[in-house]
Design a protein around this ligand. Structure first.
Ligand SMILES: [Zn+2]
Ligand SMILES: [Zn+2]
Length: 372
């Protein structure tokens, strides 16, 4: 079938992207879903820093690629007879498929699925190969999702069904920002009652981590960022306290659990510095592969610290997304506070500029009124 989607054909475009136009809205050919796959009519897709990292070249991915990895939509076609989702169901895309049987999948979410990661690196779906073509040339899938499009074929292990009452924009954000940020707090940081959790780096994922931390009773939640506007926004969202990185470092602030979401070496160092003795530093940002950090191994030993990395919040999407869905439904996880605007697909390059400026959290690309 013919679809419309945002395709990246070369990396390293210079901002402003509204002039260099790295993403072209193309008409592509989408194959029918394979045996383990579903056809999804995309309703909403969030623009995330990991999209920007592919555009600016800091994450190298095969090109051409149809971007977008945080999406929600309605299942409109099934590739196989035995499917865990039915036609008409709203699903959240999860950007790391879990095969469920490899050795990594048996670590309870701690390690990324081995064939899932390999497929993501290749720009293929979990069953292998590409379902997208542009002028006869295969186009890579972005993390098994490719959500900046009217439709997508995804592996059934890349989607999680949610209730019809979850609006599509909220559902989309559950799949990356909330799953990653929330998982870093709940699955890895695991704060105990009475402890302080600090979130370093208050972009979309960081703010999602902040909201999830706030949903835990008896926890003090502190936002930390180098940008004073983001510090103020964390307070507005309901953080107990919020401060700049310099204020945290100079003021001797410390927290039992510190989650670094910025993806920059400097932020990682700040996060380690402000972790209390005996505490845990969780890193989920994705810095450039060349980034290096300095910290004292003596402090690691003498202060019995833990420093732990986590991909996708060490989440098991089929378990964690329904949990966040129920928190949202109970009014304890105001995901709408993360959404700063809704834009049409045609404005996506402008959306990349807004994200790069740091002025927005989540911008949602909407696909209204597209017929199945
Ligand atoms: Zn993302
Ligand atoms: Zn696996």
């Amino acid at each position: 079938m013919k679809i419309r989607g945002a395709v990246l054909s070369s990396r390293g475009s210079e901002p402003p992207y509204v002039n260099s136009l790295p993403l072209a809205i193309e008409e592509l050919e989408l194959d029918a879903p394979g045996e383990t796959e579903v056809l999804v009519r995309i309703e909403a897709a969030g623009i995330c820093h990991s999209d920007l990292s592919v555009v600016d070249g800091s994450r190298e991915r095969p090109l051409p690629m149809l971007l977008g990895h945080e999406a929600a939509g309605i299942v409109v076609g099934l590739g196989g007879p035995a499917s865990s989702v039915e036609i008409g169901r709203r699903v959240v895309a999860s950007f790391l498929p879990r095969c469920g049987v490899c050795s990594a999948c048996r670590t309870g979410g701690r390690l990324p699925c081995i064939p899932g990661s390999a497929a993501n690196t290749e720009g293929a779906l979990l069953a292998g190969g590409r379902r997208l073509h542009l002028h006869g040339v295969p186009v890579a899938h972005h993390l098994g999702v490719s959500g900046f499009a009217t439709h997508a074929v995804m592996d059934i292990r890349s989607v999680v069904p949610v209730g019809d009452d979850i609006p599509p924009d909220i559902a989309a954000v559950l799949g990356c920002a909330v799953l990653t940020g929330g998982g870093a707090v709940l699955n890895v940081g695991r704060p105990e009652r009475g402890q302080t959790v600090a979130i370093v780096g208050l972009g979309g994922v960081g703010m999602a981590a902040l909201l999830v931390a706030m949903s835990i009773e008896g926890i003090t939640v502190v936002g930390v960022d180098s940008n004073p506007d983001k510090v103020a926004r964390a307070l507005a969202l309901g953080a107990t306290r919020s401060m700049t990185a310099d204020e945290a470092l100079e003021g001797g602030f410390s927290a039992a659990v510190v989650v670094e979401c910025a993806g920059a070496a400097r932020a990682f160092e700040t996060a380690v510095c402000i972790t209390a003795p005996g505490g845990r530093t969780v890193s989920i940002g994705l810095p450039a592969p060349t980034a290096e950090v300095r910290f004292s191994p003596l402090r690691l030993v003498a202060e019995a610290r833990e420093i732990v990395g986590s991909y996708l919040g060490s989440a098991i999407p089929s378990r964690d997304i329904p949990f966040y869905e129920s928190l949202w439904r109970a009014g304890r996880l105001p995901v709408e506070d993360l959404i700063t605007s809704h834009i049409p697909l045609s404005e996506i390059n402008r959306g990349l500029d807004a994200l790069a400026s740091g002025d927005v959290l989540r911008q949602i690309v909407e696909f209204p009124g597209v017929a199945a």
